[in-house]
Design a protein. Structure first.
Length: 255
């Protein structure tokens, strides 16, 4: 099976997962999905084996589709920043992981809803209606995601993976392959998330240093400073309306 066909299968499977979890509009749920039947038996036709292998490949891709979708959206930056926030506050288990991931998914849906809506209207609906084929659906549907990633990726990171892939210097954004764009986008997202995380740590680190200095001056060396500073850090976070500021900054950071 050629590489473009693998891309089509991955893209189609990922978009089906998006529809099933409700990211796309509700009207898509009225579409009739194809019925897949797998039979075990002898066959004299090589095409039967090829079809079976394609089905197995699609099922494998479906298992990885959530991870594929997550890595090309705003989820990376949001969930990493929330993880840094928990450690900066000194509460690595609060909020719990389920809540952090859930909030990150909700914000990702908020940010990516227009993009997935465009994919649904321009690629999925025409494909389900039989107006375009798989290749056309892939070419049309991948453009909004590529535009999103191209607006967020750093040029230096993109140049790195172009060089590692031994490709000629692209003359335009259309010349950049998607398999080169995705790792560059992930690297840029991690860099930005760590920058925001460092900014979050600074005020809480100052509180830890002040509390530690006060405890040392009072001779209370056996009392862990983290136990005393934790209420003050939580109080500071509440007084400045921390969740509002962080969520607003994260959304605005995507331009």
């Amino acid at each position: 099976m050629s590489r473009p066909h693998y891309k089509i299968l991955i893209f189609q499977s990922a978009l089906i997962i998006i529809l099933l979890i409700g990211i796309s509009s509700s009207s898509v749920f009225g579409q009739t999905l194809p019925k897949i039947s797998i039979q075990v038996g002898q066959s004299d036709s090589p095409s039967d084996l090829s079809t079976t292998m394609q089905i197995l490949l699609v099922l494998t891709v479906l298992a990885l589709a959530p991870s594929i979708v997550i890595m090309v959206t705003s989820f990376i930056r949001i969930v990493v920043v929330f993880s840094f926030l928990r450690h900066a506050l000194g509460t690595p288990q609060m909020p719990p992981n389920q809540l952090v991931v859930g909030l990150a998914l909700i914000l990702t849906y908020f940010l990516m809803a227009p993009i997935f809506g465009e994919i649904n209207n321009t690629a999925l609906k025409p494909y389900f209606d039989g107006k375009i084929n798989q290749q056309e659906a892939y070419d049309i549907g991948i453009k909004p995601l590529r535009n999103f990633m191209l607006h967020q990726v750093r040029e230096k990171d993109l140049e790195l993976f172009v060089e590692l892939a031994h490709l000629e210097e692209p003359q335009s954004n259309d010349d950049i392959p998607t398999y080169v764009l995705i790792p560059g986008f992930v690297t840029s997202e991690l860099r930005i998330a760590f920058q925001i995380g460092f900014t979050l740590f600074v005020p809480f680190l100052i509180i830890d240093m002040v509390v530690a200095s006060v405890l040392m001056s009072m001779g209370m060396l056996m009392l862990p400073p983290i136990m005393v500073s934790l209420p003050f850090k939580i109080l500071l976070f509440v007084l400045v309306d921390g969740w509002y500021l962080i969520i607003k900054s994260l959304i605005l950071s995507f331009g």
